[in-house]
Structure formats: structure tokens, C-alpha cells
Design a protein around this ligand. Structure first.
Ligand code: PEP
Ligand code: MG
Length: 910
């Protein structure tokens, strides 16, 4: 039987930092700190493997694990010289969860476990009756809520009632007597709610608390968090049982959290907050606004110096920014946790680059320190400076999650979700947030809280989500019942506008326009690169990424402006230009419609003649913007009826026209003809109908016009001395003959144009692979195709037989049921669609060893899918311009991980 319980104490631990999988992040950190000789209260970690056994065994631990736990408990008793349930010298412990990936606020903690009616007296002897009663009431409250599932409000209401009757403002105003009354009330709440008395046996308390921690792995908040961050469901959590130290034992005690650098900006500064005479949860819960850590220097200089030294040691030891928790009991410092700190994208980038400069990490390590998604945060908007200049900040809190956000005030997470569903931009304003608010926070544009510090729940979760967030805005008075927010005597209602600046902490009660980020402005040429410090960091970091990656990065762009932005963000070409978007423009649609309803080839060609110059100028713009880089232009894809007016609208128009006294017969005839055509073209399954190359096969003149526009544009641009590399791509090919027929047209037109213009342009003709049949017959198709681009949107749709347009709710349900690990339209399904990609690439290259292969579905900008593309040897990925930095980094990480022999990420769909 494998070991499941790991002890730590007396400078030696059974585990270490490398055992996160088994001990969870917290357990591994405690073991490592113990081994390093730091002051850590002793304890033990029940491994994640026990949690998995617990669930496999329907909520029971095997007897061997129970024995191991008892032995560890005995060892802890020896180590501390205390005993569970001892009437004079009782052992008290904390019970905390700790999974491999830290999930702040998601799992539950119980402190002061081991207290009962007997041991509380011993604690009173040791540390005073008020303190003992306070600890006991906290235990019953936490245990009652977390283990027994009793609503927090019940306890809070009882506490408030006693505070009122004793005319006390704060909890701290209550004396021992009052707190004993609270304990009695709490016990009554427990027995009334559960039908059983609060358990007096510490062993039973521990068993129940441990099982509650295990069970909390599957609570809805934890599931939501895992889904959001794509953390696998089956990892389980460890349980840490640790001897209590008390931060609430008087004025020489306290508790706090710290960071070795600033987690919002990345600046190298000792950063953190603490509260004197408080217990752990008080800081994180955001109920009291904590004091900046620098002030600890005045209160307890030795402790401050020791903490600073330890924090520096921790950072050097882990070679990464640490986020640590500490408690001071009667002037003695204890470390309760250390972990690699969560940070904003801005901080991640800056710290990675700074640490390379400080000689702490290598460039490769730096590349692995920034989550690709975090780069996306740097592309978020800020307030438009002029508009911002006209509005005064009415309140100021702490800027906890950078970026600007503007929206209507909502006060509840439910309202945030409902309004966001209706497409409204909202800011969630709360006294403080708790895990129940996570869905509302995800739906809101930004989060604003009245209390809490930089490490409160709101701050930590928003940073993780990359949302602008302001916390601890003390001027706010929120009245949930009245639906109002008051600030310095002014009152605002739900629905009124509010804007927050998560970088400066400013709050404006006005709707403010936002502008692109500095990086975007540099990329678009609106800001000189040397004017942006952020860009300097970004440029250096991305140059390391580019040097490492093997995959090329291209962009999906249909407009010259998008192409320019993509170039500015580092794209090395266009991987997909969807030409259908160009036909929807107001000035083009009538010609397109004429082409579609034309009753002869001649009339069709006439309409196409009108479209030709417009297409040519589109292509010129894109080829110019991508000077020197390849541009893949895809021939028209969607079903023709999408370009025609809606059937109902036409019928209504006809009805009205026919009712008119003076009838315009010509107009009626035209509308009738249009209606007939709409009816003819209507399809029950348009996604599987007359689309893609099937259009070009039935209307060859459309492909002909597009090819002509492409080659004429290429000749024009090349004529101006600009290098062009057009690549013509044929969509939705399922049969090699389809490809061949389209290629014949393209080659014929190319030769004609070159002959007429007296210029030859190098070009390629290739195809999308977006149908399973195309992947399976890739060897045949590659005989004529010079490149493949996997259209994984359609390939996922057709492989799964799941509509890409209307199965979001179904997929969500499948994820909840555990059938899918994530949405396959978001994260590439490696097992199914991935296999087709691999097979298609192999078969294609069998016929044409130098076949260029890429991907241009949405997955091209999703990190784990990019990693897969690297692993199966594609040449490039193509994604939307904004995702280009993400893809560049994901591609570099894939290469670095391969070099290091690290396993691929576990974030796969199936
Ligand atoms: C695809 O199917 O993946 C693709 C890129 O084409 P579209 O999304 O235009 O169908
Ligand atoms: Mg497609």
C-alpha cells in the first residue's frame, strides 16, 4: 500500500517541493519550508491519492489510510507536547485543503479544531477567557458552515443580535462573557439545524472536517473554477492538518500575506498586508481592510526584518515570485504557506524579464513563466485620455486588476450574469466578494469592492480572470436592499454608469470610452515604440519566444487594417483571408445579389465584372500590408442564400407592394424572382450544403473572378516593387476532383493575367482540410495541392457531428457531466479531430514531402491546441490578430517543453 500521509516538523519533512501532484501546492510548500529550516508549525498532509480513494470508495477512506492518519496524529502530539482532547494541554489544529493547482477561495478551511467544552477552559487558562471563547465560536461557525452546511447568515445574525444587545460596534468590542453567549447561541443553531449537538470529540471533528475538505472538491464553486481554468476534474485535493498558531492572541500577534514583488505591476518591492490581532481568514476574506506590510517595521521591527529575509530566501530558493502567509503569535513569526504567486499579465511579463536580468532564471524558464493567455491581458483597453480628463474620480480604492472597464452598476452576481447575457456591459459592485460571486465576476466587465485588500478574494480572482478590479474602496456604502451605492453623500442606483481603473484604483460614476492598450497602439503605429516601457519588455520577451519556436505564426485577417495590426503583433503572414466578408459590404451586396439571381452565365459574368475591381482593391490592401510575407486568400465559402434578403422580409415587401394602389409591376416582378431564388437556394442543412468549393464548382465564373482579382492585385503591388506571395486556398474540399477542377481555373487565370501584365508572380494553390474525407484522402489531394490548412472549426463540426452554431448549451452540459473535458470548438479534441490532423498531414506528406501544413480554425490561437500543432509537426498556426502574441508564446513554450522533455499539458478535451 503506497504511503498517503506525509509528516512535517522539527526541520524535516517526508515530502518536498517536487511533490505537488501528491501533496498539493500547499502541502509541498509546507514540506519544502520545513526542510529549509524555516519556522513552520508541525503537521501532516493527507495526499491527493487519499482523496481519490475516498471518492472511489463512496466517501470512505481505506482502513490503512485511517491508520496512517492516527499515527501521524500521535507524532504531532509528541512533537508539540500536546494531546488531542487533553483537559490541560490540548492540541488544536487547522485543517486546510490544498490541490495541485491553487484555487483561491475555492476550497474550505477550518481553524481551532480540537476545541470543545473541556479544552476551551484549558485554552482560557493558557491565553485568557476572551481569546478562548472567540476561538471556540469561530470553530463552531466555520465547522457549522463548511462541514455541516449551515448557512453563514444564521451565525452572522446571531452574532449581530448579541452585538446589538451589548451595544458593541465591532466583534472586538465583545468581552468573554458576550462571546460565551455567542458560543451557546451557535451551539443551538447547530443542534437545531442538524438535529445533533456540535461534536465534542476532536477525533470526530477531524474526521468530519477532513471528509468535508475532500467533498468540497466537488462543490459548485470549485467546479466552476476548474472549468474556467481547464483544471482536470479528477486530480482531487490534499488535506493539511497543522498545529495551530494564533494571530489573534493579543496585540503582539497578527497575521498577514505577502508577495516578494508587486503582483499587479511586477515592480520589485516587498509587498503585502497584515492585520494585528486577527486570525488568518480575516485578511483573505476582505472583512477588515489590512495595513500595508511596511508598517510592520514600526510595530515589530525584528519580525519585519526576519520576514523580509525569509521572503528573499524563498524567492531565491524557488526562483520565482512567492506569495506567502504568515502568523505572528506573541511576537514569534511562523510561516504557514508559500507558493508561486498569481500575478497579472503585466506583472508576469515584467518579472520574467527582470529575473533573467537578475540572473535568477534562464530565457527558456522565463518563457515558461508567463501563461500565453496572460499576454492577452496586455492588449486590453485603457480609458480614452481626453474623456478621462473631463471626469473627476469620486472614489479611490486599490488597483487590484489592471485595465479600464465601464458599465452599468449591478449589485448581485445573479444580476451580472443576467445582464451580461443580454449583451450589457456591467460592473459588479459588492461590499466584498466570496466564492459564490465567481460566475457574476466572470460575466462582469470589472469588479469593484468596498472592503478588502490586494489579496482579498475579489483581487485574487479578478487577476486570475484578467479583469479590471478595484478593491477596498472605503468611500462606497452599498445598500443591497435599496439597490444603491453612496459615495460621499451622492447616491447612485443600479443601472447607472460606473467606470473603474484597475491600474490606479480610481472610480468614476460616468460612462467612459476606452482605448486600446499601449501595445496595440504601438502595433498599429499610433505610438512610437520608444515611448512605451511596456513595449520594451514585450519586445524583448517575444524575441526570446520567436528564437525558440518552430511553428510559424500567421493571422486570420480580411481587412488591410487587421493585417497591419497582425504584423505589428508579430504575424508572419496571413493564414486565412475569408473573402465572403468582403461581399457583405453595402456597396457590394446588390451586385452579389444580381449575380446570384442571374438567369444566364452572361448576366452572372456582368455582375461579377462589377465586383472584380472591388475585390482587386481589397487584395491589394492586404498584400501591401503583408509586404514580403505570404497571404492565403480563400475563395468564397458560405452558402449563396446568405447573400439574399430574408424570405419573410421579401414576402412582407411583396404583400405591401401588391396592396398599393399604384403598383410598380417591375419592382414586384423583381421581388418575386428574388423570392423564387431564395426558395430554390434554401437549404435545411446549409452547413452541409452548397458551400465552399461546391459553389465554385457550380459557378466556375465566381472562382474565375476571384482568381483574376487576386493575380491582378498581386501584379499591381509587385509592380510597385513590393514583394508578394499570394496563396490561393480552396475551401471545403472533400474529393480530390473538386480540388483539381478549381485548381485548373486558378492556374488558367493566373497564366492569362501574367501574360497580359507581362509579369510572373510566384504563387501556391492549396486547400482547406475541414472534412474527415479530405483528411482521409489527403494523399490524393496533396498530389495537386501545395499546402493544407486545417479548418478545425468545420473539421470539429463534421467529426463530432455537432453543429458549431447551436450546440453551446449542449456542450456545456456535456462538460458538466464529464463526457467532455472542455468545449472541442475551443480546445482542440486531440483524440478525434487531432488524429485526423495527424493522419491527414502524414498522408499528405507521403505524396508531397514538402507539403506546407497549417491550421486556421479558432484553435490556432488556443495554447494547448498550438502545443498539439507543434507536436504533430505542422508548419504554422493562424489565428485572429489579437491572439498572435498568445500563439507566439504558446509555440515557444511547446518547443521549450519538448527540449526539456516535459510532458504536454493535461488540458485536453477527451
Ligand atoms: C474552419 O472551418 O475552421 C475555418 C477556418 O473556416 P470557417 O470558420 O470560415 O468555416
Ligand atoms: Mg470552414
Amino acid at each position: 500500500m503506497a504511503k498517503t500521509v506525509y509528516f512535517f516538523g522539527s526541520g524535516k519533512a517526508d515530502g518536498n517541493a517536487s511533490m505537488k501532484e501528491l501533496l498539493g501546492g500547499k502541502g509541498a510548500g509546507l514540506a519544502e519550508m520545513t526542510n529549509a529550516g524555516l519556522p513552520v508549525p508541525p503537521g501532516f498532509t493527507i495526499a491527493t491519492s487519499a482523496c481519490r480513494q475516498f471518492f472511489a470508495n463512496r466517501g470512505k477512506l481505506p482502513a490503512e489510510v485511517e491508520t496512517e492518519i492516527s499515527e501521524a496524529l500521535q507524532r504531532l502530539e509528541q512533537e508539540t507536547g500536546q494531546e488531542f482532547s487533553h483537559p490541560r494541554n490540548p492540541l488544536l489544529v487547522s485543517v486546510r485543503s490544498g490541490a495541485k493547482f491553487s484555487m483561491p477561495g475555492m476550497m474550505d478551511t477550518i481553524l481551532n479544531l480540537g476545541l470543545n467544552d473541556r479544552t476551551v477552559a484549558a485554552l482560557a487558562d493558557r491565553a485568557g477567557p476572551r481569546f478562548a471563547a472567540d476561538c471556540y465560536r469561530r470553530l463552531i461557525q466555520m465547522f457549522g458552515n463548511v462541514v455541516l452546511g449551515i448557512a453563514k447568515d444564521k451565525f452572522e445574525a446571531a452574532l449581530e443580535a448579541i452585538k446589538k444587545s451589548r451595544k458593541a460596534h465591532l466583534d472586538t468590542d465583545l468581552d468573554a462573557d458576550a462571546l460565551n453567549e455567542v458560543v451557546d447561541r451557535y451551539k443551538t443553531i447547530v443542534s437545531r439545524s442538524t438535529g445533533k449537538a456540535f461534536p465534542q470529540d476532536p477525533y470526530e471533528q477531524l474526521r468530519m472536517a477532513r471528509d468535508a475538505v475532500f467533498n468540497s472538491w466537488y462543490n459548485p464553486r470549485a467546479r466552476t473554477y476548474r472549468q474556467m481554468y481547464k483544471i482536470p476534474e479528477d486530480l482531487g485535493t490534499a488535506v493539511n492538518v497543522q498545529a495551530m498558531v494564533f494571530g489573534n492572541r493579543g496585540e503582539r500577534s497578527g497575521t498577514g500575506v505577502g508577495f516578494t514583488r508587486n503582483p499587479a505591476t511586477g515592480t520589485k518591492e516587498f509587498f503585502g498586508e497584515f492585520l494585528m490581532n486577527a486570525q488568518g481568514e480575516d485578511v483573505v476574506a476582505g472583512i477588515r481592510t489590512p495595513i500595508p506590510i511596511a508598517e510592520l517595521r514600526n510595530i515589530m521591527p525584528e519580525v519585519y526584518d526576519q520576514l523580509r529575509l525569509i521572503s528573499e530566501r524563498l524567492e531565491r530558493h524557488y526562483r520565482d515570485m512567492q506569495d506567502f502567509e504568515f502568523t505572528i503569535q506573541d511576537g514569534k513569526l511562523y510561516m504557514l504557506q508559500t507558493r508561486n504567486a498569481k500575478r497579472t499579465g503585466l506583472a508576469a511579463l515584467r518579472i520574467a524579464v527582470d529575473m533573467v536580468d537578475e540572473g535568477l532564471i534562464t530565457q527558456e524558464e522565463a518563457l515558461l513563466r508567463v501563461e500565453p493567455e496572460q499576454l492577452d491581458q496586455l492588449l486590453h483597453p485603457v480609458f480614452e485620455p481626453k474623456a478621462r480628463g473631463k471626469v473627476r474620480a469620486e472614489a479611490r480604492g486599490l488597483g487590484a486588476g489592471p485595465g479600464a472597464a465601464s458599465g452599468s452598476i449591478v449589485l448581485t452576481p445573479e444580476d451580472a450574469v443576467a445582464q451580461a447575457r443580454r449583451g450589457k456591459a456591467v460592473i459588479l459592485v459588492r461590499p466584498e466578494t466570496s466564492p459564490e460571486d465567481v460566475a457574476g465576476m466572470a460575466a462582469a466587465r470589472g469588479i469593484l469592492t468596498a472592503t478588502g485588500g490586494m489579496t482579498s478574494h475579489a483581487a485574487v480572482v479578478s487577476r486570475g480572470m484578467g479583469k479590471p478590479c478595484v478593491v477596498g474602496c472605503k468611500e462606497l456604502a452599498i445598500d443591497l436592499k435599496a439597490g444603491t451605492v453612496s459615495v460621499n453623500g451622492r447616491r447612485y442606483r443600479v443601472g447607472q454608469p460606473v467606470s473603474i481603473d484597475g491600474t490606479t484604483g480610481e472610480v468614476m460614476f460616468a460612462s467612459l470610452p476606452t482605448v486600446e492598450s499601449e501595445l496595440i497602439r504601438v502595433a498599429e503605429g499610433k505610438l512610437r515604440p520608444e515611448k512605451s516601457a511596456l513595449y520594451a519588455y514585450f519586445k524583448r520577451f517575444m524575441s526570446w519566444a520567436d528564437a525558440k519556436r518552430r511553428l510559424g505564426i500567421r493571422a486570420n485577417a480580411d481587412l488591410p487594417a487587421d493585417a497591419r495590426l497582425a504584423r505589428g503583433l508579430g504575424a508572419q503572414g496571413i493564414g486565412l483571408c475569408r473573402t465572403e466578408h468582403m461581399f457583405f459590404a453595402k456597396d457590394r451586396l446588390p451586385h452579389m445579389q444580381k449575380m446570384i439571381v442571374a438567369d444566364s452565365e452572361l448576366n452572372r459574368r456582368r455582375a461579377l465584372e462589377k465586383l472584380l475591381p472591388m475585390q482587386r482593391s481589397d487584395f491589394k490592401g492586404i498584400l501591401e500590408a503583408m509586404a514580403g510575407y505570404p497571404v492565403t486568400i480563400r475563395l468564397l465559402d458560405p452558402p449563396l442564400h446568405e447573400f439574399l434578403p430574408k424570405e419573410e422580409e421579401l414576402r412582407e415587401e411583396l404583400r405591401v407592394d401588391k396592396q398599393k394602389k399604384k403598383k410598380n409591376l417591375q419592382k414586384i416582378r423583381r421581388a418575386q424572382k428574388m423570392l423564387e431564388r431564395v426558395e430554390q437556394l434554401k437549404e435545411l442543412n446549409p452547413m452541409l450544403g452548397q458551400r465552399g468549393c461546391r459553389l465554385g464548382i457550380t459557378y466556375p465564373e465566381v472562382s474565375e473572378m476571384q482568381a483574376r482579382a487576386i493575380f491582378e492585385a498581386a501584379c499591381d503591388v509587385a509592380g510597385r516593387g513590393i514583394e508578394v506571395f499570394p496563396e490561393v486556398m480552396i475551401p471545403l474540399v472533400g474529393h480530390t476532383r473538386e480540388f483539381e477542377l478549381q485548381r485548373e481555373i486558378i492556374d488558367r487565370v493566373a497564366q492569362e493575367v501574367f501574360r497580359r501584365r507581362g509579369r510572373r508572380i510566384p504563387y501556391l494553390v492549396g486547400t482547406m482540410i475541414e472534412l474527415p474525407r479530405a483528411a482521409l484522402t489527403a494523399d490524393e489531394i496533396a498530389q495537386g495541392a501545395e499546402f493544407f490548412s486545417f479548418g478545425t472549426n468545420d473539421l470539429t463540426q463534421t467529426t463530432y457531428g455537432l453543429s458549431r452554431d447551436d450546440t453551446a448549451a449542449l456542450i456545456q452540459r456535456y462538460v458538466e457531466l464529464g463526457i467532455l473535458k472542455s468545449d472541442p470548438f475551443e480546445v482542440l479534441d486531440r483524440r478525434g479531430v487531432g488524429e485526423l490532423i495527424q493522419l491527414g498531414t502524414e498522408r499528405g506528406r507521403r505524396s508531397r514531402p514538402k507539403l506546407k501544413v497549417g491550421i486556421c480554425g479558432e484553435h490556432g490561437g488556443e495554447p494547448s491546441s498550438v502545443e498539439f500543432c507543434h507536436a504533430v509537426g505542422l508548419d504554422y498556426v493562424s489565428c485572429s490578430p489579437f491572439r498572435v502574441p498568445v500563439a507566439r508564446l504558446a509555440a515557444a513554450q511547446a518547443a521549450v517543453k519538448e527540449e526539456l522533455g516535459e510532458p504536454e499539458t493535461a488540458h485536453v478535451t477527451a
